[in-house]
Ligand binder design. Structure first.
Ligand SMILES: C[S@@+](CC[C@H](N)C(=O)[O-])C[C@H]1O[C@@H](n2cnc3c(N)ncnc32)[C@H](O)[C@@H]1O
Length: 315
């Protein structure tokens, strides 16, 4: 057989694979649009077609995993996230979700890579999605709890907002504070917080690392919807104790776990028991002075209950 005939024969399957991959890519793009418009069933149908055409289409694997996860089909979600990880080795979001679904060891906190990737991608729609669609309440709940703990009129405080995100908490606490600093791992979230013009600085850093390094001290430290990405709270609480002025307050929100200490749940977020919060606070030199149960936000139409806890560093 001549060289040219042999090459022509060999390139046919390759050309057909390329055509299928291109068709799958198109379907995945259409699925993305449908997903954005809220038509999840139709979107999933197109992704199934895309994956049949090209089993190596990474988008199809990720979003089929995501659809299955939302529908509570853990087995399929795990299978798709594993497939995605084979196509995108080391991807932090896939690793995190596989852990959350019980497919690998659960870490003591979400990796920096996961938090960064997740929130950099989410930043643009964060406010409209959380406040608008999910009826996010944590900033107001934290504010109300801190106000109750302080009682009466008090001097304004210097505040550090851990995992400040786009700055919703800083915004809410304006009537109570003198100066405000923020810290967040996600560059995109931090950028939006800075745009509000209410933070002295917004550092891009992991919170526990920041608490170890900063030379400032504060009257109030907040962490709204941040401990859901951190399981083991001891290093964070010790860091907060270090930067709080005597008599200073720490206000946090957590998702509720009934027994045990903390757990990375199938949602991909951590939940903590009140007993654990109290004990870890005490062991770190912080006394729990207030805890309330409240609805933090909605998820897939269901209310997500949480604890709003306020600790004091004794004077
Ligand atoms: C759900 S958002 C909440 C944002 C803000 N606190 C609010 O209530 O609107 C969680 C934020 O915490 C940040 N975050 C999570 N874990 C972190 C960590 N270990 N270090 C720094 N930032 C973290 C994320 O980047 C994200 O901006």
């Amino acid at each position: 057989m001549s060289e040219s005939v042999r090459n022509e024969g060999a390139s046919k399957p390759a050309a057909s694979r390329r055509a299928k991959a291109a068709a799958a890519e198109k379907l995945a793009k259409r699925a993305e649009k449908l997903r954005r418009d809220g038509d999840f069933d139709k979107s999933a149908e197109l992704l199934v077609e895309a994956q049949a055409l090209d089993p190596d289409n990474a988008d199809a694997a990720w979003w089929l995993g995501d659809h299955a996860h939302s529908a509570g089909d853990i087995r399929t979600a795990l299978k798709q996230f594993r497939r995605y990880l084979r196509l995108q080795p080391g991807d932090p979001e896939a690793l995190h979700m596989i852990s959350a679904l019980g497919g690998r060891r659960k870490p003591k906190r979400a990796s920096d890579g996961y938090v960064r990737d997740h929130f950099d991608a989410f930043a643009e729609h964060f406010d409209e999605s959380l406040v608008g669609d999910l009826k996010y309440q944590a900033p107001r709940l934290l504010y109300d709890s801190v106000r109750k703990v302080r009682g009466g009129r008090k001097p304004r405080m210097d505040m550090l907002d851990l995992g400040c995100g786009t700055g919703l908490v800083g915004q809410r606490f304006q009537p109570m504070i003198r100066k405000l600093w923020g810290v967040d791992l996600s560059t995109e979230m931090a950028k939006r917080a800075r745009k509000r013009g209410i933070y002295e600085t917004v550092a891009v850093s992991e919170v526990t690392k920041y608490l170890k390094q900063t030379r400032r001290s504060f009257d109030l430290v907040t962490a709204a919807d941040v401990l859901i990405y951190i399981g083991d709270l001891a290093p964070l609480f010790r860091g907060v104790r270090r930067v709080l002025n005597p008599g200073g307050l720490l206000a946090v929100s957590t998702e509720i776990r009934k027994g045990g200490d903390f757990k990375l749940t199938a949602s991909g977020r951590y939940a903590h028991s009140l007993k654990y919060l109290k004990r870890t606070g005490r062991e770190s030199g912080l006394v729990l002075v207030s805890d309330t149960t409240a609805r933090l936000r909605y998820e897939l139409g269901e209310a997500v209950p949480g604890t709003i806890a306020v600790f004091v560093r004794p004077a």
